[in-house]
Design a protein around this ligand. Sequence first.
Ligand SMILES: [Zn+2]
Length: 84
Amino acid sequence: MREKSHDHKRCILIFKRLSEYMDGELDEITYEEMRIHIKECVKCKVCLETLKRTVDLCRNMKMQRVPQKLSKRLKLMGYDPSNP
Ligand SMILES: [Zn+2]
């Protein structure tokens, strides 16, 4: 898996919309763009998988929001939406 012309700003956009992506709330074009980016971006891939797992857990526990622990973890992974 190589990261060609990696655009970190794009990762942040993707990160912000990951939950919409997972819930299928995006239009086809945006979805496809994200899908392609995630396929080629290890960081976003890991991020999506982590989020997926957490969301599954949350759904099981009937929680609606992503816990703070996760956003902290995502920040540690280099995703800080407030500081692009
Ligand atoms: Zn990315």
